[in-house]
Design a binder for this molecule. Structure first.
Ligand SMILES: NC(=O)c1ccc[n+]([C@@H]2O[C@H](COP(=O)([O-])OP(=O)(O)OC[C@H]3O[C@@H](n4cnc5c(N)ncnc54)[C@H](O)[C@@H]3O)[C@@H](O)[C@H]2O)c1
Length: 314
């Protein structure tokens, strides 16, 4: 059921994240518009939306009738001012550049109703910075989705210094109404919670690789099939209680000293970047890939995300 008083949602920015976010709002009953400044992005977003609905259909999350109804509630436009004029909830997902985000927030503050909530899908720009200089900053909030947005359940809700509690409450209710899981971040720290924990894991994984402790394949294998598998059903803090805080104290008292505290970039990553090996986009990074493998990996990842979401929510 949609949240009372929230009828029209606008997603601003139709790149990697916007189409899946907009499709999610539409799927759960919101009158939704996806807007972008570039007509070619709108064109491309149509294909992404088709893919999103195909994935949801294939996973058994929706029926053909659900998809038809969602499509009927979803429109795409380049006319942001017209789209947001009567919107109740607006979330921007434009590029992660401060000057672009600031400009978009200035526009939205002028174009939208004064009581409309303005959310940001920023991965790390402080919400407090986005609030600066805006009229009515209390309605500005972080709404940080994960990629792919139509599948990953958690959405971080980040309070800026001036965010009003009513804005937080409505955002949490909207997230729950689209079948997702809100995670509230009380302090507007860099990286919020999800990326801080992810980057702590990636720093240690890269440190182990730099030090030759294990191969890239084995570091990933141990992480996926050990902690990764466990963390899908139990959080790290609950895990501490399960293990026992006495056991943690005993292990952490010698292990913490040995963990990476590198504030720079791993030497392996630095040399790969210098060689022009950036990952999938250059068919090689920490691993090597053929174009066929890149296709297969994307399909396999999608299939496994759908299967694990079904298993974990059953
Ligand atoms: N890609 C991810 O995996 C991911 C995950 C979580 C959060 N995010 C965050 O989501 C946001 C968007 O990321 P993305 O990867 O979708 O970016 P993207 O570059 O793929 O898409 C951004 C879109 O915004 C449009 N745009 C640019 N300026 C605009 C403006 N002034 N008004 C309207 N539209 C404009 C662009 O044309 C483009 O279509 C960023 O803040 C990013 O940090 C991304």
């Amino acid at each position: 059921m949609t949240v009372k008083g929230i009828n029209k949602v606008v997603v601003v920015g139709a790149g990697t994240m916007g189409p899946g976010m907009a499709a999610t709002f539409a799927r759960y009953g919101y009158d939704t518009t996806l807007s972008d400044i570039k007509p070619e992005q709108i064109e491309k977003a149509q294909g992404t939306i088709d893919f999103v609905f195909k994935t949801l259909l294939g996973g058994g999350f929706v029926t053909e009738e659900d998809v038809a109804a969602a499509r009927g509630r979803l429109s795409l436009t380049t006319d942001q001012a017209a789209a947001v004029a009567d919107a109740d909830y607006i979330v921007e997902t434009v590029p992660e550049r401060l000057e672009i985000k600031k400009a978009v927030f200035q526009e939205l503050a002028e174009q939208a109703r004064q009581d409309a909530i303005l959310g940001s899908n920023t991965s790390g720009i402080p919400i407090t910075t986005l609030q600066e200089g805006l009229k009515n900053p209390g309605r500005v909030i972080g709404m940080h989705w994960s990629n792919p947005p139509h599948l990953i359940p958690v959405i971080e809700v980040i309070k800026g210094a001036e965010t009003e509690q009513a804005t937080v409450d409505t955002t949490v209710a909207v997230i729950e109404s689209v079948g997702m899981v809100p995670g509230i971040v009380d302090k507007d720290v860099p990286g919020f919670v999800e990326n801080r924990i992810l980057y702590a894991i990636m720093r240690e994984a890269l440190h182990l690789l730099d030090e030759g402790v294990a191969s890239a394949e084995d570091i990933d294998k141990i992480t996926k099939w050990g902690i990764g598998y466990k963390l899908a059903v139990i959080g790290p803090l609950e895990l501490l209680d399960v293990a026992g805080l006495d056991i943690y104290t005993a292990v952490a008292s010698y292990l913490n000293k040995d963990l990476s505290n590198n504030t720079g970039i791993s030497s392996t990553v630095t040399s790969k970047v210098e060689e022009g090996k950036l990952g999938l986009k250059t068919q090689g990074g920490l691993f090597e890939y053929t174009p066929e493998q890149i296709q297969e990996l994307a399909q396999k990842r999608g299939r496994l995300l759908v299967a694990s979401k079904k298993a974990l929510t059953s």
